[in-house]
Design a protein around this ligand. Structure first.
Ligand SMILES: *Cc1c(COP(=O)(O)O)cnc(C)c1O
Length: 421
């Protein structure tokens, strides 16, 4: 079971809405830090362990600064994400640049920052060399294809556009070695939102075996393996979080057997999780605008799919609570909707909730990753504010809400007046 409880109660949230109108995203700093420490503790046996926060999950530099203070780096895949990392003072091997279909300008920025370059394809060795030059340390992304089962969000590895095949990996590192590269990493990312601890232990197993084979065949030495992100979170109350100790201990045993005994150490174990770092600790707070009773019961919020698109896009479950009504029976079955002119703009379908009145606050849980980040402006909807509940209880705004001026900023209305239709 995972408890679904907003850190602020109804009175505190109502007070907050006087300053920051709904909808807004609220993040819980104390919980984010406690979780970050639990992750580090699970890998404390590996002195070089580092988590690179996947910036795309929640690209807010205030949150990134909190994570940096906990010792995390950043996993980036675009110039904007690199610039955010730079803005909080990350550089060098605190950043890994894991992109695909990458333009030269983005490689250039990553190399300028000294970031670890993680190549997505064998053809990018020549591309990077030609346009930017090869850095001192190179990592390659492995796609194990049919050797590893996938899951719903990322699909089957052999259908995924990412990474090198096994044969290409041997060829790629050989080319890099022959070009004089001496420092190597190995990466894979084969799952997303996976709740089974053993899955990550198996992924590490795959990479440890591969490190041994590549080292033996090519006479090169690896500095790290990056087992990717993808640790899931319990979106449903009946689900359990991944036991990080089981992941850490499982990988430690394999490390001793496959790396240490084989004289392949020291090898740093690295992760690049996004979802599990901030997801459970972010809440979309909204208010009920309308109730509607037609062929079904509908509750209409002042938030919509542009604030959190996961339910509409993947049919994902997000738990919903009504502050102040936590102890009432959930006997009101309804669809919880937003105002987009799209019928998939529903946060929940046939959800049993406590009796709801217009004006009630509604909290949508587990919105802290791939929530605000996936926001969009369709239908002229504006992105909401992001607020951070600090450890001391103070709430600070870490991103203001968009205004219509932001929405129109790319249009030239002076030119429009001169434009003859
Ligand atoms: C999205 C992504 C991550 C983070 O995935 P989570 O499921 O949020 O942990 C890590 N690495 C890469 C390459 C990604 O594309």
């Amino acid at each position: 079971m995972s408890e679904k409880k907003c850190p602020l109660n109804r009175e505190q949230l109502e007070a907050l809405t006087k300053e920051f109108p709904t909808p807004f995203h609220l993040y819980d700093e104390a919980a984010i830090r406690a979780n970050a420490r639990a992750l580090k503790a699970a890998f404390a046996w590996n002195p070089g362990f580092k988590e690179y926060f996947a910036v795309k999950a929640t690209p807010n530099p205030y949150l990134m600064k909190v994570l940096k203070a906990e010792g995390f780096g950043a996993d980036c895949s675009s110039v904007a994400e690199l610039l955010l990392s730079e803005s909080i003072g990350l550089s060098g091997d605190e950043i890994i640049f894991t992109s695909n279909d990458t333009p030269a300008t983005e490689y250039q920025k990553a190399v300028d920052l000294g970031a670890i370059i993680n190549l997505d394809d064998i053809s990018h060795i020549a591309y990077l060399e030609e346009h930017v030059g090869l850095p001192e340390l190179v990592c390659c992304r492995y796609n194990p294809g049919a050797l590893k089962g996938g899951n719903a969000i990322i699909g089957h590895p052999e259908e995924a556009k990412y990474g090198f095949t096994r044969e290409q990996l041997f060829e790629g590192y050989r080319i890099l070695r022959d070009k004089g590269i001496k420092r190597f990493g190995l990466h894979t990312m084969v799952a997303s939102n996976e709740l089974e601890a053993s899955y990550f232990v198996e992924t590490a197993h795959l990479l440890f075996d591969l490190v041994a084979e590549l080292s033996a065949e090519l006479g090169i030495q690896f500095e790290f393996v990056n087992i990717g992100g993808g640790i899931g979170i319990p979106y449903k109350p009946e689900q359990k979080p991944v036991d990080l100790t089981v992941v850490g201990e499982g990988i430690r045993k394999l490390y001793e057997e496959k790396i240490e005994k084989a004289g392949l150490g020291p090898l740093d174990v690295r992760l690049e999780c996004g979802r599990m770092i901030t997801g459970p600790f972010g809440y979309l707070v909204s208010r009920v605008l309308h109730k509607k009773n037609t062929y079904k019961q509908y509750v209409g919020l002042d938030a919509c799919m542009t604030n959190l698109m996961r339910p509409g896009m993947y049919g994902a479950y997000h738990h919903i609570t009504v502050p102040g009504k936590e102890n009432l029976p959930c006997d009101f079955v309804c669809d919880v909707t937003g105002s987009l002119c799209e019928n998939n703009d529903k946060f929940a379908i046939d959800r049993a909730l406590p009796p709801i009145e217009i004006g009630d606050l509604v909290v949508i849980h587990d919105a802290g990753a791939h929530g605000h980040a996936m926001g969009f402006n369709y239908n002229g909807k504006l992105r909401s504010a992001e607020l951070l509940l600090r450890e001391g209880g103070e709430v600070v705004q870490i991103r203001r809400a968009e205004t219509v001026e932001d929405y129109f900023a790319t249009l030239d209305f002076v030119g429009l007046n001169k434009f003859q239709a």
